[in-house]
Design a protein around this ligand. Structure first.
Ligand SMILES: [Zn+2]
Ligand SMILES: [Zn+2]
Length: 296
């Protein structure tokens, strides 16, 4: 039996003249189709991830493709047993991904972006002498899984990347830089930023980790662990060629991809904790949070 629901992941950098009006139409369309998820609309484009019954997501794709401005939009589709989001949220934002560069140094990816590599080419490029593979996501995402030998910046927000790059990568401007992220949208700007900073050879994984994992040739090869996703699944399998686990339980140190939030609500930080350790000692990230929880 095929799964009755689909989860869509998509984006497109394209000018949107009236983002509020565009967002209102998205809201109405998704409500009509019973879709849940998160959609960001900006003057520079649209970024969304939605779940719904497969007939409904098919209709959504058709409706989007009926707009010729969306001709280049790629939909990544995952089957699912049910909704992956609790509700629908459509928001207008100044940027699709928040890099918060000053106006004069902001990146328009339709104008400046790294060369796109298909999965097989990205895999080959990673093996080349001197290649520097840069994870374009936050630390809590790369902690669950990342490419073998990738540099995973210790950042909590995408907007921290410019500073992190200036501090940590300035010596590497001559090296080939390969960037990747979940679905490709962050790399559109990140790779453009690297070029603007004077990096000579910048490429990006077209379609991101999600596409890399679906590629029948590379089968996610050399991606270690799972790909963090922003829905109820939290992590998805990428690698069916040479899979491994990189995350470990914070208590016992055994491999564990069970990603939970510290139960002390003011903390709420993400931790890897296996179910037997949680049963034994509760779901706290530290002794301090454990004591606060116990004293509640
Ligand atoms: Zn454990
Ligand atoms: Zn905590």
């Amino acid at each position: 039996m095929p799964e009755p629901f689909h989860i869509l992941l998509y984006y497109l950098y394209r000018p949107i003249d009236n983002p509020s009006e565009f967002a209102a139409r998205q809201q109405a369309l998704c409500q009509d189709l019973g879709l849940h998820g998160r959609i960001i609309v900006a003057g520079e484009g649209i970024n969304g991830t939605v779940s719904g019954e497969s007939d409904a997501t098919d209709q959504y794709i058709k409706a989007m493709q009926a707009d010729s401005c969306n001709a280049e939009m790629v939909f990544k589709v995952d089957p699912a047993p049910g909704h992956a989001f609790k509700k629908l949220s459509v928001k207008v934002r100044p940027e699709l991904v928040t890099l918060q560069l000053a106006a004069e140094e902001d990146i328009d990816p339709t104008d400046l972006t790294g060369r796109r590599l298909l999965p097989a080419d990205f895999h080959a490029a990673m093996k080349e002498e001197g290649a520097l593979v840069l994870d374009g996501r936050n630390k809590y995402e790369s902690d669950l899984g990342h490419f073998k030998d990738a540099v995973c910046p210790d950042v909590e927000n995408f907007r921290d990347f410019p500073e992190w790059i200036r501090k940590n990568l300035s010596h590497a401007k001559e090296r080939p830089i390969l960037t990747y992220c979940t679905g490709g949208i962050r790399c559109e700007k990140l790779s453009g930023f690297l070029l603007q900073e004077g990096f000579k050879n910048v490429t990006q994984l077209d379609g991101g980790i999600v596409t890399y994992g679906k590629d029948p040739e590379v089968k996610g090869r050399d991606f270690q662990g799972q790909c963090y996703v922003f829905d109820s699944r939290i992590g998805v399998t990428v690698n069916s060629a040479n899979p491994s686990v990189v995350a470990t339980c914070r208590d016992c140190g055994q491999p564990s991809e069970r990603y939970v939030n510290c139960a002390w609500k003011p903390c709420n930080c993400r931790i890897f904790l296996c179910s037997s350790c949680e049963e034994e000692a509760g779901r706290s990230c530290s002794d301090q949070c454990g004591r606060l929880l116990a004293g509640q």
